[in-house]
Write a protein that binds this ligand. Structure first.
Ligand code: SF4
Ligand code: SF4
Length: 388
């Protein structure tokens, strides 16, 4: 007897593709409200390819966004990150999107300088605010401009009681002078600290590597000696992934936890879509277009030339920054590989070994229920890259 043939329609009645380009049923819409910014940070990643300031406010309509969501994301849980440039420079767009999609989750990624101008109605809807800061006052002001550190801390305190969501410091760890005390202070001021090693050449001299490792050792020591959860996201994420390995893969189908290969869409102000916000100047990374209403699977994927398959960290790191791996191993930029990518991978592996020294499984088994739950389910994992 022959098996009845299953009929797979090419298009559903809504004209949506039968197989979604989004992997899984969650998707982060990272809406760039503008590419303009009111600061001039020295290491800004949008400076690469001259992206910063190259587009003003959003030029597609919300009706076009509606049609795009209806066609491609109707079956997904959508969460939005407002991004830029400095997204609060286009507050009108943020308000319109929040009003149009009241059931979505929202996050704001901001430099924090205009945070105290946000109205209650916007603050109340934010699940998380990611505030860019570079460490302590001297280092932050050195990269961002005089007075920025104090202004951001003041603004953070001003909005804390007016919002129910989390406040997360986003540290681009660039300077070799960034100390344990500075990061520890941020952990006291914010709900969470997420740090990421800067993708900057000239940052990873042997002496600078040793200084960073010394700080990492102290952060990990404090994580395992604290009575409460020490809210440093990369350490939390690595401990989670080592203790509960399925959590390292389930939302990302085993790929990078920054989501660029699976379920994040960076929508530029002109409606063009790219998987990684640092690669919007690379034509082959174009993934879709809100105005033309098309979307394809992310072109930023693991590649056989990348070294992760034989790396000791693969099970819990999952490819960290795919932009870095792509530039180093697919595009073959040997200088970038040796000056940026390999040192960062060495720091990631070092972080994993420091965690292992403290027996994370035994620590988790003894941790109070509340600590176990936050380590397992922290919503901020969905909003950051998790790995450093
Ligand atoms: S440390 Fe580097 S090589 Fe190892 S899994 Fe992570 S990104 Fe890949
Ligand atoms: S971590 Fe992911 S999102 Fe961030 S720069 Fe790298 S590839 Fe892009």
């Amino acid at each position: 007897m022959s098996t009845p043939m299953t009929y797979y329609p090419l298009f559903s009645p809504s004209d949506a593709p039968a197989v979604s380009p989004i992997v899984g049923k969650r998707v982060e819409l990272q809406l760039l409200t503008t590419l303009k910014c009111n600061l001039k940070c020295t290491y800004c990643s949008l400076g690469v390819g001259d992206m910063v300031g190259s587009q003003g406010k959003v030029s597609y309509t919300l009706d076009a966004l509606d049609a795009f969501i209806a066609k491609h994301l109707a079956e997904h849980e959508v969460y939005v990150t407002f991004y830029g440039g400095e997204p609060t420079l286009n507050l009108g767009f943020i308000r319109e999107v929040m009003a149009r999609y009241p059931a979505f989750r929202f996050q704001l990624q901001t430099n924090g300088t205009l945070l105290d101008d946000l109205p209650e109605s916007v603050l109340a809807k934010l699940s998380n605010i990611l505030l860019s800061i570079d460490g302590g006052e001297t280092i932050t002001d050195g990269f961002r401009g005089r007075g920025v550190y104090r202004q951001v801390i003041k603004n953070t305190q001003a909005v804390r009681d007016r919002m129910a969501g989390a406040l997360t410091a986003r540290v681009t760890w660039s300077s070799e002078e960034t100390s344990f005390e500075e990061l520890d202070e941020l952990a006291n001021t914010f709900d969470y600290v997420y740090f990421q090693f800067v993708a900057g050449e000239g940052t990873y001299s042997p002496a600078a590597m040793e200084k960073k490792k010394a700080v990492i050792t102290r952060l990990v020591d404090k994580f395992f000696s604290s009575d409460v959860l020490y809210p440093i996201i990369p350490i939390m994420g690595i401990v989670r992934n080592k203790v509960l390995p399925s959590r390292a893969t389930e939302l990302y189908h085993g790929k990078t936890q920054c989501r660029v290969s699976t379920h994040i869409l960076n929508v530029m102000p002109d409606g063009k879509i790219f998987p990684c916000p640092d690669m919007m100047y690379v034509p082959e990374m174009l993934q879709g277009d809100v105005l033309a209403n098309w979307l394809k699977p992310s072109p930023l994927q693991p590649h056989a030339s990348m070294p992760c398959g034989t790396c000791e960290a693969q099970a819990w790191c999952r490819g960290n920054c795919l932009k870095n791996l792509y530039l180093a191993y697919v595009k073959g930029d040997d200088h970038y590989r040796s000056k940026v990518v390999e040192p960062i991978c060495e720091l990631v592996r070092f972080l994993g070994r420091e965690v292992d020294r403290h027996d994370p499984h035994a620590w988790y088994a003894k941790a109070p229920l509340g600590v176990q739950k936050t380590l397992r389910d922290c919503e901020v994992y969905e909003y950051v890259e998790i790995m450093p």
